[in-house]
Design a protein around this ligand. Structure first.
Ligand code: 7PJ
Length: 276
Protein backbone atom coordinates (compact mmCIF):
# COMPACT_ATOMS: atom_id res chain seq x y z
CA UNK A 1 0.00 0.00 0.00
CA UNK A 2 3.03 2.25 -0.38
CA UNK A 3 1.78 4.52 -3.12
CA UNK A 4 -0.09 7.58 -1.93
CA UNK A 5 -2.56 9.31 -4.19
CA UNK A 6 -2.34 12.93 -5.29
CA UNK A 7 1.36 13.47 -4.76
CA UNK A 8 2.01 14.77 -8.25
CA UNK A 9 2.56 18.42 -7.45
CA UNK A 10 3.55 20.35 -10.54
CA UNK A 11 6.50 22.77 -10.35
CA UNK A 12 4.01 25.58 -9.78
CA UNK A 13 3.05 23.86 -6.53
CA UNK A 14 -0.53 23.42 -7.71
CA UNK A 15 -1.84 19.89 -7.33
CA UNK A 16 -1.97 17.94 -10.57
CA UNK A 17 -4.83 15.49 -10.64
CA UNK A 18 -3.78 11.87 -10.93
CA UNK A 19 -4.23 10.42 -14.39
CA UNK A 20 -5.75 6.95 -14.35
CA UNK A 21 -4.96 5.04 -17.55
CA UNK A 22 -7.57 2.57 -18.73
CA UNK A 23 -6.48 -1.00 -19.44
CA UNK A 24 -9.39 -2.96 -20.87
CA UNK A 25 -8.44 -6.62 -20.87
CA UNK A 26 -11.16 -7.62 -23.30
CA UNK A 27 -10.87 -9.49 -26.58
CA UNK A 28 -12.07 -6.51 -28.60
CA UNK A 29 -9.21 -4.47 -27.15
CA UNK A 30 -6.43 -7.05 -27.38
CA UNK A 31 -6.74 -10.02 -29.62
CA UNK A 32 -4.83 -12.00 -32.13
CA UNK A 33 -7.83 -11.77 -34.40
CA UNK A 34 -9.43 -14.68 -32.59
CA UNK A 35 -10.69 -15.01 -29.07
CA UNK A 36 -7.34 -15.17 -27.29
CA UNK A 37 -5.88 -12.21 -25.50
CA UNK A 38 -2.23 -11.79 -26.31
CA UNK A 39 -0.13 -11.21 -23.22
CA UNK A 40 2.46 -9.47 -25.31
CA UNK A 41 0.04 -6.81 -26.59
CA UNK A 42 -1.26 -6.22 -23.07
CA UNK A 43 2.25 -5.85 -21.68
CA UNK A 44 3.14 -3.32 -24.36
CA UNK A 45 0.03 -1.32 -23.51
CA UNK A 46 0.91 -1.34 -19.78
CA UNK A 47 4.39 -0.04 -20.57
CA UNK A 48 2.92 2.67 -22.79
CA UNK A 49 0.38 3.83 -20.19
CA UNK A 50 3.12 4.07 -17.55
CA UNK A 51 5.67 5.82 -19.74
CA UNK A 52 2.96 8.22 -20.95
CA UNK A 53 2.52 9.31 -17.33
CA UNK A 54 -0.36 7.35 -15.81
CA UNK A 55 -0.02 7.20 -12.03
CA UNK A 56 -2.88 4.72 -11.69
CA UNK A 57 -3.74 1.79 -13.99
CA UNK A 58 -7.38 0.75 -14.05
CA UNK A 59 -7.54 -2.89 -15.10
CA UNK A 60 -10.93 -4.24 -16.17
CA UNK A 61 -12.07 -7.50 -17.75
CA UNK A 62 -15.75 -6.81 -18.42
CA UNK A 63 -17.07 -3.99 -20.52
CA UNK A 64 -19.88 -2.19 -18.72
CA UNK A 65 -20.86 -0.14 -21.74
CA UNK A 66 -24.58 -0.18 -22.57
CA UNK A 67 -25.42 -3.32 -24.50
CA UNK A 68 -22.08 -5.02 -23.84
CA UNK A 69 -21.98 -8.79 -23.36
CA UNK A 70 -21.91 -10.02 -19.76
CA UNK A 71 -18.78 -11.91 -18.81
CA UNK A 72 -18.78 -14.94 -16.49
CA UNK A 73 -16.89 -14.79 -13.21
CA UNK A 74 -14.35 -17.37 -14.45
CA UNK A 75 -13.74 -15.49 -17.67
CA UNK A 76 -13.27 -12.18 -15.86
CA UNK A 77 -10.82 -13.82 -13.41
CA UNK A 78 -8.88 -15.39 -16.28
CA UNK A 79 -8.60 -12.08 -18.07
CA UNK A 80 -7.77 -9.83 -15.14
CA UNK A 81 -5.67 -11.79 -12.67
CA UNK A 82 -2.65 -12.63 -14.85
CA UNK A 83 -2.35 -8.96 -15.80
CA UNK A 84 -2.73 -7.86 -12.17
CA UNK A 85 -0.02 -10.30 -11.07
CA UNK A 86 2.29 -9.15 -13.83
CA UNK A 87 1.87 -5.45 -13.09
CA UNK A 88 2.04 -5.84 -9.27
CA UNK A 89 5.32 -7.73 -9.51
CA UNK A 90 7.03 -5.32 -11.90
CA UNK A 91 5.85 -1.75 -11.54
CA UNK A 92 5.65 0.86 -8.84
CA UNK A 93 2.34 2.16 -10.17
CA UNK A 94 -0.92 2.32 -8.32
CA UNK A 95 -3.26 -0.45 -9.50
CA UNK A 96 -7.02 -0.25 -9.57
CA UNK A 97 -9.29 -3.10 -10.61
CA UNK A 98 -12.57 -2.19 -12.33
CA UNK A 99 -15.05 -4.80 -11.12
CA UNK A 100 -18.37 -5.11 -9.32
CA UNK A 101 -17.89 -8.80 -8.49
CA UNK A 102 -16.84 -9.64 -4.94
CA UNK A 103 -14.70 -12.72 -5.81
CA UNK A 104 -12.70 -10.66 -8.32
CA UNK A 105 -12.23 -7.92 -5.70
CA UNK A 106 -11.10 -10.52 -3.13
CA UNK A 107 -8.54 -12.11 -5.45
CA UNK A 108 -7.23 -8.76 -6.68
CA UNK A 109 -6.84 -7.46 -3.11
CA UNK A 110 -4.96 -10.67 -2.21
CA UNK A 111 -2.55 -9.84 -5.01
CA UNK A 112 -1.99 -6.41 -3.50
CA UNK A 113 -3.93 -4.03 -5.73
CA UNK A 114 -4.34 -0.55 -4.27
CA UNK A 115 -7.86 0.34 -5.35
CA UNK A 116 -11.20 -1.21 -6.19
CA UNK A 117 -13.10 0.74 -8.83
CA UNK A 118 -16.72 -0.36 -8.57
CA UNK A 119 -19.29 1.04 -10.99
CA UNK A 120 -21.86 -0.52 -8.62
CA UNK A 121 -20.57 1.43 -5.58
CA UNK A 122 -19.95 -1.67 -3.40
CA UNK A 123 -23.63 -2.57 -3.31
CA UNK A 124 -22.90 -6.32 -3.65
CA UNK A 125 -23.24 -8.39 -0.49
CA UNK A 126 -19.97 -8.40 1.46
CA UNK A 127 -18.18 -5.89 -0.77
CA UNK A 128 -17.88 -3.10 1.80
CA UNK A 129 -16.56 -5.39 4.54
CA UNK A 130 -14.01 -6.87 2.14
CA UNK A 131 -12.69 -3.46 1.09
CA UNK A 132 -12.70 -2.23 4.71
CA UNK A 133 -10.62 -5.16 5.86
CA UNK A 134 -8.14 -4.75 2.99
CA UNK A 135 -7.37 -1.08 3.69
CA UNK A 136 -7.45 -0.36 -0.06
CA UNK A 137 -8.86 2.72 -1.76
CA UNK A 138 -12.29 2.43 -3.31
CA UNK A 139 -14.01 4.42 -6.04
CA UNK A 140 -17.79 4.47 -5.59
CA UNK A 141 -19.59 5.26 -8.85
CA UNK A 142 -23.21 6.19 -9.44
CA UNK A 143 -25.22 4.41 -12.09
CA UNK A 144 -28.94 4.26 -12.64
CA UNK A 145 -30.47 0.97 -13.71
CA UNK A 146 -28.91 -2.16 -15.15
CA UNK A 147 -26.10 -2.15 -17.72
CA UNK A 148 -28.13 -3.53 -20.62
CA UNK A 149 -30.99 -1.05 -20.31
CA UNK A 150 -29.61 1.93 -18.39
CA UNK A 151 -29.53 4.20 -21.46
CA UNK A 152 -33.20 3.59 -22.32
CA UNK A 153 -34.79 6.87 -21.25
CA UNK A 154 -33.30 7.39 -17.78
CA UNK A 155 -35.45 9.79 -15.72
CA UNK A 156 -34.44 11.94 -12.75
CA UNK A 157 -36.28 14.65 -10.88
CA UNK A 158 -32.96 16.35 -10.13
CA UNK A 159 -29.99 14.40 -11.44
CA UNK A 160 -27.37 16.38 -9.52
CA UNK A 161 -29.06 15.96 -6.14
CA UNK A 162 -29.93 12.32 -6.77
CA UNK A 163 -26.34 11.46 -7.67
CA UNK A 164 -24.95 13.52 -4.77
CA UNK A 165 -27.28 11.89 -2.26
CA UNK A 166 -26.58 8.38 -3.51
CA UNK A 167 -22.80 8.85 -3.39
CA UNK A 168 -22.91 10.37 0.08
CA UNK A 169 -25.13 7.53 1.31
CA UNK A 170 -22.74 4.89 -0.06
CA UNK A 171 -19.69 6.69 1.34
CA UNK A 172 -21.23 6.87 4.81
CA UNK A 173 -22.29 3.21 4.59
CA UNK A 174 -18.68 2.30 3.73
CA UNK A 175 -17.38 4.30 6.67
CA UNK A 176 -19.82 2.56 9.02
CA UNK A 177 -18.44 -0.78 7.77
CA UNK A 178 -14.90 0.33 8.58
CA UNK A 179 -13.61 1.88 5.34
CA UNK A 180 -11.50 4.90 6.23
CA UNK A 181 -12.87 8.17 4.93
CA UNK A 182 -9.56 9.06 3.26
CA UNK A 183 -9.74 5.87 1.19
CA UNK A 184 -13.04 6.78 -0.47
CA UNK A 185 -13.29 8.36 -3.92
CA UNK A 186 -16.61 9.35 -5.51
CA UNK A 187 -17.59 9.38 -9.19
CA UNK A 188 -20.86 10.63 -10.76
CA UNK A 189 -20.64 7.91 -13.42
CA UNK A 190 -20.94 9.82 -16.68
CA UNK A 191 -23.01 7.90 -19.22
CA UNK A 192 -24.26 5.28 -16.76
CA UNK A 193 -28.03 5.76 -16.99
CA UNK A 194 -27.72 9.39 -18.12
CA UNK A 195 -28.73 11.38 -21.15
CA UNK A 196 -26.52 14.12 -22.56
CA UNK A 197 -28.40 16.74 -20.56
CA UNK A 198 -27.96 14.70 -17.36
CA UNK A 199 -24.23 14.42 -18.06
CA UNK A 200 -24.04 18.16 -18.76
CA UNK A 201 -25.83 19.04 -15.51
CA UNK A 202 -23.49 16.78 -13.53
CA UNK A 203 -20.38 18.20 -15.15
CA UNK A 204 -21.54 21.80 -14.80
CA UNK A 205 -22.26 21.20 -11.11
CA UNK A 206 -19.18 19.11 -10.34
CA UNK A 207 -18.27 21.59 -7.57
CA UNK A 208 -21.28 20.37 -5.60
CA UNK A 209 -19.80 16.86 -5.53
CA UNK A 210 -16.32 18.22 -4.78
CA UNK A 211 -17.81 20.04 -1.77
CA UNK A 212 -18.75 16.70 -0.18
CA UNK A 213 -15.10 16.48 0.86
CA UNK A 214 -14.12 13.24 -0.89
CA UNK A 215 -11.78 13.13 -3.89
CA UNK A 216 -13.79 13.07 -7.14
CA UNK A 217 -12.96 10.88 -10.12
CA UNK A 218 -14.21 11.90 -13.57
CA UNK A 219 -14.43 9.43 -16.45
CA UNK A 220 -15.66 10.84 -19.73
CA UNK A 221 -12.86 9.67 -22.02
CA UNK A 222 -14.09 8.82 -25.53
CA UNK A 223 -17.64 8.40 -24.23
CA UNK A 224 -20.77 8.90 -26.28
CA UNK A 225 -21.43 12.22 -24.53
CA UNK A 226 -18.33 13.61 -26.26
CA UNK A 227 -19.66 12.33 -29.59
CA UNK A 228 -23.08 13.82 -28.85
CA UNK A 229 -21.50 17.25 -28.42
CA UNK A 230 -19.27 16.79 -31.49
CA UNK A 231 -21.97 15.84 -33.99
CA UNK A 232 -21.43 12.10 -33.68
CA UNK A 233 -17.62 12.01 -33.79
CA UNK A 234 -16.16 8.52 -34.19
CA UNK A 235 -14.14 7.08 -31.30
CA UNK A 236 -10.84 8.17 -32.83
CA UNK A 237 -12.21 11.70 -33.26
CA UNK A 238 -13.12 12.04 -29.58
CA UNK A 239 -9.59 12.64 -28.23
CA UNK A 240 -9.59 16.45 -28.24
CA UNK A 241 -13.01 16.62 -26.63
CA UNK A 242 -11.94 14.06 -24.05
CA UNK A 243 -8.79 15.99 -23.19
CA UNK A 244 -10.73 19.27 -22.92
CA UNK A 245 -13.16 17.69 -20.49
CA UNK A 246 -10.35 16.17 -18.39
CA UNK A 247 -8.76 19.62 -18.09
CA UNK A 248 -12.06 21.22 -17.16
CA UNK A 249 -12.75 18.49 -14.60
CA UNK A 250 -9.36 19.19 -13.01
CA UNK A 251 -10.08 22.94 -12.91
CA UNK A 252 -13.38 22.18 -11.20
CA UNK A 253 -11.57 20.18 -8.52
CA UNK A 254 -11.55 16.54 -9.72
CA UNK A 255 -8.59 14.66 -8.21
CA UNK A 256 -8.49 11.75 -10.67
CA UNK A 257 -9.29 11.65 -14.38
CA UNK A 258 -9.84 8.22 -15.95
CA UNK A 259 -8.65 8.29 -19.56
CA UNK A 260 -7.60 6.27 -22.59
CA UNK A 261 -5.29 8.93 -24.05
CA UNK A 262 -2.80 9.32 -21.23
CA UNK A 263 -0.02 11.22 -23.01
CA UNK A 264 -2.38 13.83 -24.47
CA UNK A 265 -4.14 14.29 -21.12
CA UNK A 266 -0.94 14.54 -19.04
CA UNK A 267 0.53 17.15 -21.40
CA UNK A 268 -2.65 19.24 -21.41
CA UNK A 269 -2.90 19.09 -17.61
CA UNK A 270 0.77 19.96 -17.09
CA UNK A 271 0.54 23.05 -19.27
CA UNK A 272 -2.80 24.11 -17.79
CA UNK A 273 -1.70 23.79 -14.19
CA UNK A 274 1.56 25.59 -14.89
CA UNK A 275 -0.07 28.56 -16.57
CA UNK A 276 -3.10 28.84 -14.34
C1 7PJ B 1 -16.20 4.42 -15.81
C2 7PJ B 1 -15.66 3.36 -15.08
C3 7PJ B 1 -16.35 5.70 -15.17
C4 7PJ B 1 -15.40 4.69 -13.21
C5 7PJ B 1 -16.15 2.68 -17.08
C6 7PJ B 1 -16.01 3.48 -20.45
C7 7PJ B 1 -16.99 2.63 -19.76
N1 7PJ B 1 -15.26 3.48 -13.79
N2 7PJ B 1 -15.65 2.27 -15.89
N3 7PJ B 1 -15.93 5.76 -13.87
N4 7PJ B 1 -16.48 3.98 -17.06
N5 7PJ B 1 -15.02 4.85 -11.93
O1 7PJ B 1 -14.84 3.60 -20.06
O2 7PJ B 1 -16.45 4.08 -21.49
O3 7PJ B 1 -16.83 6.69 -15.72
S1 7PJ B 1 -16.34 1.60 -18.43
Amino acid sequence: MGIPLFLNADQSGLPMPSVMGILNVTPDSFSDGGRFLTQDAIERQVLKLISDGASILDIGGESTRPGAQKVSLDEEMNRVMPVVEWVVSRFDVMISVDTYKVPVMREALKQGVHMINDVNALQAEGAMALVAQSGAYVCLMHKKGEFATMQEQPVYENVVLEVRNFLLKQALACESKGVRKDKIILDPGFGFGKTLSHNEALFQNLELLVSLGYPILVGVSRKKMIADILDGASVSDRVNGSVASAVLAALKGAKIVRVHDVKETVEALKVTMRLL
